[in-house]
Design a protein around this ligand. Sequence first.
Ligand code: NAI
Ligand code: MG
Length: 491
Amino acid sequence: MRTQLFINGQWADPVRKGTFPVVNPATETVIHHAPAGTAEDIDAAVKAARAAFDDGPWPRMKGAERAKYLRAMAKAIRSRQDELARLEVADNGKPLPEASWDIGDAAGCFDYYAGLAEALDQQPEEAIALPDDRFTSKAVREPLGVAGAIVPWNYPLLMASWKVAPALAAGCTMVLKPSELTPLTALELGAIAQQVELPPGVLNIVTGTGPDAGAPLSSHPSVDKLAFTGSVPTGSKIMAAAARDIKKVSLELGGKSPFIVFDDADVAQAVEWIMFGIFWNQGQVCSATSRVLVQDGLYDKLLERLVQEARRIKIGNGLDDGTLLGPLVSKGQFDKVLSAVSQAQEEGATVATGGRAAGGFAAGYFMEPTVLVDVPLDSAAWNEEIFGPVVCVRRFSDEGEAVRLANDSIFGLGAAVMSTDSERAERVAAALRAGIVWINCSQPTFTEAPWGGYKQSGIGRELGHWGLDNYLETKQITRYVSDAPWGWYIK
Ligand code: NAI
Ligand code: MG
């Protein structure tokens, strides 16, 4: 486990020599002391990224050249898949098969953007038809500059990769600030950058808290673009900081994603996808299926089956065989989720199952899979992101009501609809105000497809070619080709 920051291609102690504890949420033990970066370290990292962008080879290379580095990074991640997955489990708590999936996806993300970096060479410019034949014009895409990435703890290496891979593919340089709750795998990305001999300063990694390291990164005048994933209040602060210098921003924020189940759906399949939507990663997922709307005819049957299956989920240390639900990431998150459930009860909700700390553990932030019913529409539980294994289930009678309830949210990240009537499913998908709509499933995420939210769920899209656009500027180059003088002032 790394004890230093990765700045300008080298490992360095934080200027103030501070550390912060890294806690394993399954055991509550301190497993490491990570380097606590502060404004001085952020400044050094931004200067390195600035120099690498302004004077270094990276933005000037062919995309195909950069692709070689990205593919090498993918390969290096894959070659350490099990080790990195175990580090993720120790840091975040998630079950090992999930962590292993994440690491595989992170490697896949580097490979995918390597392909898009190569494709940049194939379409370097777009000719623009002008109504005036004295001019020709073309548009070219260029790397945007120095990007700052601030990422959360729910998918530590994967969320970092969603930003690092497209930024590097585009030719940007980057300063990455991982969450202080899960700094371990992001620091390993520094070792991987070193191993593949990424030019110094192209990728810099500074661990530290939000206020001490995140805030100075978001307000640093030499940063051109900020990419953030996390909570709405922090997203709002980052956008405010960006506003001062008109930095470009992309924000992937919270959600309260609805799942509409019509009464022609298969109960077992519906329950499976609801569970995958709310219990995977302990429900700490921005697009988690946190509001389930079930049509009258299926409601009782579905609720009964959901409660029955939720009670069967094996809770435990993510490293134990067969664990399907690990601990929540931190004491803070554990307390927050449990208090959200108590508050829901005070507001009139009924706990159909769960709602408590899971019994039988001497330590660890383990919580029972929780199903809430009778959740008032104006309650916090129905409207706010809980970010834990807690699903609200409610009945509806017709399609119009389902769509109205689903869209009645300040968020618009994910949404899902399940029905055997494919016309109805398409109609509902079109009516849902969300950036991601799943039909007959919920949560499967593909690097090729755009990811991001409507409304307060964010700004911009990650993944796919949309993800690359976050790190590109568009330049027009217009040429005067006429032999005749312009003749306005000088006749
Ligand atoms: P957060 O949004 O505060 O943290 C995300 C990242 O932002 C971390 O790297 C953090 O260090 C950084 N950060 C915090 N304050 C900052 C500031 N002032 N300037 C710049 N960077 C800053 O989320 P946190 O505290 O980890 O969790 C709080 C709640 O946010 C969770 O309970 C959950 O509801 C929500 N959340 C949502 C996520 C999502 O993907 N939608 C991911 C993580 C948390
Ligand atoms: Mg931890």
